[in-house]
Design a protein around this ligand. Structure first.
Ligand code: UDP
Ligand code: LCN
Length: 806
């Protein structure tokens, strides 16, 4: 990159650079983010009447293309350049155009100076650096492969492991001896005394099962195998036992990574799983659409169901179900005594559609009844989590009658609790972020001191650093959640280097190239969300009731607005009334376009209608804004705003009714980490227009099975919608083609079956890796504990004191 800067400086373009810098200076702004830079440069090119290809063909244009941030200070200009995904270079360009590379430390000091929080005379600020702890593990080289951690790890591990055949065998032998379920020995017993015997007995067992009919049940020859040294877990029939033993035999004789993966994936290692989801209203009915309760709840419940099912299938194939081995999945959430009509005040609730899936709710301790009796915003719950983890541990041990095999955290709070639990119980920890707030709120770290009274980011970001580094593996829904796109920084990437002025500097917050990262997208509940064309599975009375609710019902308690002409093309959206979900942006786009209003109706489903129903300031302000837009553009006869909380099955049918009317789904979020509503709409068969900022960019293939929109560009969004409406009018098959491809996209790529198969295989392989490499992460975990006790805990206690005074 410095070559590119040098090229700029060696030619006439240095004059442009100087001019451009002075134009930036004139604005009076000091800190420029990517959008500002691109806009300012394009204005500069226009004002200077540069040729139209200046952006692409000049060195300066290319440099600007890679520049993420510019900071002006006195006479110098600091450029933060992202030459490729997940890397950063920093330069200072002085007034005389000399260029100096800058260190991360210098950059963080500069940022502190910018907000007047740099006090070098008072000593240094705490510097956090996790890089040294990643020395223990291999790192991926090509950024393209980030997020494919397990494949990489498996290949690496295999090549290392298989260099020494004796050692491999020894490890396999030890590993296979470990497995038990409630005192029932699995896989091999003490009759196989060492690695040599393992290899030999596998061959004997193979010849024994090879002589039996493949379909013969395992019970028939269980005790013959036991004498040879083999216990249950290899298969439910002679054929399946033979297949599994053959894989092991191949692993012993001619090991390779694919064989290792298929063998480990078959071994019954995971029986009990905890999914931690603390904040929000966690329930199965009447909770969606409330503040802090959205996709995460849907995701965790569907995941729990699917994990149980997948494990049952696995145990069945392994021949364990007949021996009383069954999976148990617990969603750990908080018990909210004042439950506002939900079941969140119940300790235990069975998860629908499971045999042994439960929601276990543990209350926050009575440290402050005013707070702990009620729902608490996710931004406020930090002081209660440590004691919560201690109490939850006891309850989990009692419920499981033992330790879980895997702990999955969800969101910053759940991940912190997962860390505390995994540390105490010595269990594999998996992190799932759903949404990292750091990149959602612009400058949230730089101005944390101004925002802390409302958002407590100092606690949240510290919790994030602890949990993401502690986790054995991290599951993300998309690639860009980890490292963004060529233009934008990823959510995890934003933790790599940042300042929390006066609190700490993070110089290496997370190793993005670590194989701990794995992209495993979620699915959609196929029993609830399915194509509108499957009429035989739909219930006509529900369809009629929802049809009425959507188009004609005149009930001010549930609906606002009356459609003058219900036959117009429908634009449909479902979301919570969060600012970032931007339903108001969609209404504004509709309001500003007379042509859209002429040809379409807008139907919005949001949890609520009335400001009195909410205590959440953001939600109230979004409602007020929506009323304001309806009034301003006089949309009363063109819009329907449904303030209803739908049951799961109604929510599925709602999309299908929109499909019956050949409607369009629009997801206008300013940023969407993933976006489950997009999957729901697509699998229902709705042509979907979704934000280009975030996960939808990976779900949808633009113009193939859906469309991208830039929700900050209202005119362009309106044009794209109108273009579709026109094409649909001109070509009767257009809507159907997009609809069909949307359905196919979900079924081929976004199912829970694909997700849980992958998740379980990951959990086992990371478990095996931890075991065989005797991965020594104790140094890192100790460092993280210090961070927890010395930074997190005092701040959490201060917040608790504040809560007590409220
Ligand atoms: N949802 C709902 N009612 C509402 C708002 C949302 O049932 O009033 C559901 C929606 O169908 C989806 C989930 O909540 O299943 C929202 O998930 P998404 O990932 O789109 O967004 P999040 O709310 O998690 O940011
Ligand atoms: C949180 C979000 O903001 C959504 O984008 C995701 O779809 C949801 O969680 C489930 O992961």
């Amino acid at each position: 990159m410095s070559d590119l800067i040098q090229s700029v400086l060696k030619c006439d373009e240095k004059i442009d650079l100087r001019h451009f810098a002075s134009e930036l200076r004139i604005t009076g702004q000091q800190y420029f983010l990517r959008n500002d830079i691109v806009r300012a440069f394009s204005d500069y090119c226009t004002n200077q009447e540069k040729p139209s290809d200046f952006y692409q063909s000049s060195y300066l244009g290319k440099l600007i293309l890679y520049t993420q941030e510019i900071i002006l200070e006195n006479e110098s200009l600091c450029m933060i350049i992202r030459p490729k995904i997940a890397s950063q270079e920093i330069f200072r360009i002085l007034e005389d155009l000399t260029v100096e590379p800058m260190t991360v430390q210098e950059l963080l000091d500069l940022r502190d100076r910018l907000v007047n929080h740099h006090h070098p005379h008072d000593g240094d600020v705490l510097e956090l650096d996790f890089a040294p702890f990643y020395d223990y593990s291999p790192t991926i080289r090509d950024p393209k492969n980030i997020g494919k951690g397990v494949q990489f790890l498996n290949r690496y591990l295999s090549s290392k492991l298989f260099q020494d055949q004796q050692q491999t065998l020894e490890l396999l032998y030890e590993f296979l001896s470990l497995h038990q379920y409630n005192g029932l020995q699995l896989l091999i017993n003490q009759r196989i005394k060492n690695r040599r015997e393992l290899s030999q007995k596998v061959k004997e067992a193979l010849s024994f099962v090879g002589d039996r009919p493949p379909e013969e049940p395992f019970e028939n020859f269980r005790f013959d195998l036991q004498i040879l040294g083999f216990e249950p877990g290899w298969g439910n029939t002679a054929g399946r036992v033979r297949d599994t033993l053959e894989i092991l035999d191949e692993l012993i004789d001619s090991p390779n990574d694919a064989v290792l993966e298929s063998f480990i994936s078959r071994i019954p290692m995971i029986f009990r799983i905890v999914l931690v989801s603390v904040h929000g209203w966690f329930g199965q009915e009447g909770v969606l659409g409330r503040p802090d309760t959205g996709g995460q709840v849907v995701y965790v419940l569907d995941q729990a169901r699917s994990l149980e099912k997948q494990l049952q299938e696995e145990f069945n194939l392994a021949g364990l179900d007949t021996l009383g081995v069954y999976p148990k999945v617990i969603v750990l959430s908080r018990l909210i005594p004042n439950a506002d009509g939900t079941r969140c005040n119940e300790r235990l609730e069975k998860i629908h559609g499971t045999d042994n899936g439960w929601i276990l709710r543990v209350p926050f301790r009575e440290q402050n009844p005013n707070m702990t009796q009620n729902w608490i915003s996710r931004f406020e719950i930090w002081p209660y989590l440590e004691t919560y983890a201690i109490d939850a541990e006891k309850e989990l041990l009692a419920e499981f009658q033992g330790k879980p095999d895997l702990i999955v955290g969800n969101y910053s709070d759940g991940n912190l609790v997962a860390f505390l639990l995994a540390r105490r119980l010595k269990v594999t920890q998996c992190n799932i972020a759903h949404a990292l707030e750091k990149s959602k709120y612009l400058f949230s770290n730089l101005y944390w001191q101004d925002l802390d009274s409302q958002y407590h980011f100092s606690l949240q970001f510290t919790a994030d650093l602890i949990a993401m580094n502690a986790a054995n593996f991290i599951v993300s829904s998309t690639y860009q959640e980890i490292v963004g796109t060529p233009d934008s920084v990823g959510q995890y990437e934003s933790y790599a280097c940042f300042t929390m002025p006066d609190l700490y500097h993070v110089v290496n917050g997370i190793e993005l190239f670590s194989p701990k990262f794995n992209v495993v997208p979620p699915g959609v509940n196929e029993a609830v969300y399915f194509p509108y064309t499957r009429t035989e599975e739909r219930i006509p009375s529900n369809r009629e009731r929802l049809e009425e609710l959507l188009f004609t019902l005149d009930d001010p308690a549930q609906v606002f607005g009356k459609l003058e002409d219900p036959n117009k093309q429908i634009l449909f959206s479902v979301a919570r009334l969060d600012r970032i979900k931007n339903l108001t942006g969609l209404a504004e786009c509709f309001g500003r376009s007379p042509e859209l209003q002429e040809r379409c109706n807008l139907i919005l489903v949001a949890g609520k209608l009335r400001t009195e129903e909410s205590t959440d300031t953001e939600e109230i302000s979004e409602m007020q804004k929506l009323y304001g837009i309806i009034e301003q553009y006089n949309l009363y006869n063109k819009i329907r705003w449904l303030g209803v909380r739908l049951s799961k099955s109604d929510s599925g049918e709602l999309y299908r009714v929109i499909g019956d009317h050949k409607g369009i789904f629009v997801q206008p979020a300013l940023f969407e980490a993933f976006g489950l509503t997009i999957l729901e709409a697509m699998v229902s068969g709705l042509p979907t227009f979704a934000t280009q900022f975030g996960g939808p960019l990976e779900i949808i293939q633009d113009k193939v099975n859906g469309f991208y929109i830039n929700p900050t560009n209202l005119e362009e969004t309106a044009e794209k919608l109108l273009d579709f409406v026109t094409k649909h009018e001109q070509n009767p098959h257009y809507w159907d083609e997009i609809s069909q491809r949307a359905i196919e996209r979900v079924y081929t790529t976004y199912t829970w079956k694909i997700h849980t198969t992958r998740l379980l295989s990951l959990s086992k392989i990371y478990g095996f890796w931890n075991y065989t490499s005797k991965e020594n992460r104790e140094d890192m975990l100790r460092y993280l504990e210090a961070l927890f006790y010395l930074v997190y805990k005092p701040r959490a206690q201060a917040l608790l004191a504040e809560h007590r005074d409220r």
